[in-house]
Design a protein around this ligand. Structure first.
Ligand code: GTP
Ligand code: MG
Length: 244
């Protein structure tokens, strides 16, 4: 066996270091987005007494698949070029109960001052021809490192449980047939997507009927109930006292 080309070794080491750093930065960005989502979830629960988020998942592409995609796309193999072209190195997927919640989460997340919106695709309003529905946002957030600030992009997918169920099955079928799904299966998938859409609507109606436009007063509030009446009265009087 001949020894590897020293230039290849140098290239491989540089590549490894660059890509490890790149994935690390994207992991930090994912962590930041997950914290944001967790805060939104808890705040929403606190204000509305119900949890709009069923599940949150995340992943960072492996060094191997970043490299494969970069080669496939014929990119310059520099961290800057890869960072610019591959916007799905970091991914966060949020599964909600209802369609209204998917939009609410997208709006509140993208309205944050430290979140820059790069792109939004609304495949709920306009499903893909195969029936795929979801909200997609590419956002950019700043990660603060000892070496400085880095803007990092994260692909956020927001969908309902029904959309998620459909997408994971479609994904499996797509891969099983290497992208060439037989016509009868494609047709069935499209029908299943319509059923999922009807289910989403029906569930939302039921939810509205039961939950209704609830007033905060109707809801038992453990924090409020725990406040001693005497303390409350004193707080009220203190509040009425004219300010010096
Ligand atoms: P890539 O396909 O990732 O290169 O990006 P794109 O420019 O096509 O972006 P798009 O927003 O269409 O899709 C991004 C991601 O959404 C994909 O990587 C999938 O995770 C998901 N997605 C998009 N379309 C489909 C679909 O038809 N079926 C399923 N199961 N997932 C999809
Ligand atoms: Mg695609």
């Amino acid at each position: 066996m001949h020894s590897p080309d020293p230039e290849l070794l140098t290239f491989a080491r540089q590549m490894r270091d660059d890509l490890n750093r790149l994935t690390m930065e994207h992991q930090f960005a994912v962590d930041e987005v997950l914290t944001k989502v967790s805060i939104l979830r808890q705040e929403f629960l606190h204000l509305n007494q119900y949890n709009p988020i069923e599940h949150v998942g995340s992943r960072v592409k492996s060094v191997q698949s970043i490299l494969e995609k970069a080669i496939r796309r014929n990119l310059d193999l520099t961290p800057a070029a890869i960072r610019e072209a591959l916007t799905d190195i970091a991914g966060v997927r949020i599964t909600c109960s209802f369609i209204a919640d998917t939009y609410r989460i997208l709006e509140t997340l993208t309205a944050q001052a430290d979140v820059k919106v790069v792109q939004i695709k609304d495949y709920i309003a306009e499903p893909k021809p195969n029936g795929y529905r979801s909200l997609h946002a590419i956002i950019e957030i700043t990660v603060f490192l000892s070496t400085g600030e880095v803007p990092v992009r994260v692909e956020v997918q927001i969908r309902t449980i029904a959309m998620d169920f459909w997408a994971s099955l479609e994904h499996k079928i797509y891969y099983k047939y290497a992208g060439v799904v037989p016509e009868h299966l494609a047709q069935s998938l499209l029908e299943a997507a319509t059923s999922a859409q009807q289910l989403d609507r029906r569930m939302e109606q039921l939810h509205a009927e039961v939950h209704g436009p609830k007033l905060a007063d109707d809801v038992p509030d453990p924090v409020w109930d725990a406040i001693d009446e005497d303390v409350l009265l004193r707080a009220w009087e203190a509040n009425r006292r004219p300010q010096p």
